[in-house]
Design a protein around this ligand. Sequence first.
Ligand code: NAD
Ligand code: MG
Length: 404
Amino acid sequence: ENVKVHRKIVVLGSTGSIGTQTLEIVDARPENFQVVGLACGGSRLDQFVSQIRKYQPKIVAVSDMSKVQELQTLLKDLDYDCQIGGGEQGLVDCACFPESELVVTGIVGCAGLIPTVAAIKAGKDICLANKETLIAGGPVIAPLVEKHRVNVLPADSEHSAIFQCLQGVPNGALSKIILTASGGAFRDTPVEDLPYVTLKDALKHPNWTMGAKITIDSATLMNKGLEVIEAHFLFGTAYDNIQVVVHPQSIIHSMIELCDTSVIAQMGWPDMRLPLLYAMSWPHRLLLPYSSLDLVKVGTLSFKEPDRNKYPCLDLAYEAGKRGGTMPAVLNAANEEAVFRFRNNEISYLEIAKVIEYTMGRHEIGLFVEQPSLDDILHADQWARSVARDFSPKLHVMKHSAVA
Ligand code: NAD
Ligand code: MG
């Protein structure tokens, strides 16, 4: 065990699944981590206030401006100095807080883009959970990371696995990434039954407990599609060399194949604290009292090809990734809106993919930008949201899938 780790961290999205698990790690290793900033959307203010009282950060923010005053009132009796902010500027101030060295991005969705860009420009290392940010902003984030010489440490379990496997691998030796997928809530649902599945069905993930948006993305396999793009931007691997394999047990979190055909896998119980911990303590390893992986108890590790008919979102993601430019931002924004509409009972499960396909098609003939600036990406994101919100998918026939 290495005790050299002492990091002052900012947690964006502290009230969510990633955020609370990050704080559990801080609880387990208070000598290694100190929370100096916390931010969230603002919907769970009581929980946020308890976190602030417990961790005593020096800066906090809620993105919902209408909640700032309430937060100030709730924190009136705080007996130390704490800067309270709101809106995008509040999030950016947290992300750039001078005392911190590491920003954990646990915000859900593209709302994390501007704070993450600001943190990189301020020279902070990023513990990246918020994948939507990298998927939409990849073309601008990758060069920024280079320029400001910061580390982007993946917290997504698959990318953490790849990153762990890559330690010590010589440059140029990586030939392929094998991303494992649990298969999500409908792994064992026959294709013919998909038109009738409900929101409640989609929210039942077999192996992981996560926020609602990513749980639905897991059911459609869009989560894996987004992770393919995330892997491309993190590791520079060509899309044709990123393979998705369904692995129902979620014990192997991903694999890499090297030029000599040797394959390295990373294993562990499906517990997000493990990849989070590694991202927070890299390149060190910290001692934690978690239960050991028991392969005899697991018994079987199995693998199969994802069914492209059942999961049209996976091909849409590959297509957007290969097209590059603003297309991944459009895929992501259309997906966020489609998932929102599905959660709102406006569209059915199978219509999620239709909304995304339609929006991408419209973008191709309209506003596509090959080498986008941050403004181009933000513009494409907003444009795609409005298209995806207004589109009525009832009569749309998909070219990607036989299901709908
Ligand atoms: P969640 O819904 O549980 O939490 C989201 C957090 O973001 C909350 O704190 C919320 O207040 C905050 N938030 C929402 N909208 C915001 C806004 N506009 N501005 C600022 N904050 C806002 O989500 P989650 O499951 O923790 O996922 C967070 C991110 O991590 C997602 O990008 C997801 O894809 C990624 N991720 C999550 C897991 C997991 O196990 N939960 C695994 C891998 C990757
Ligand atoms: Mg993942």
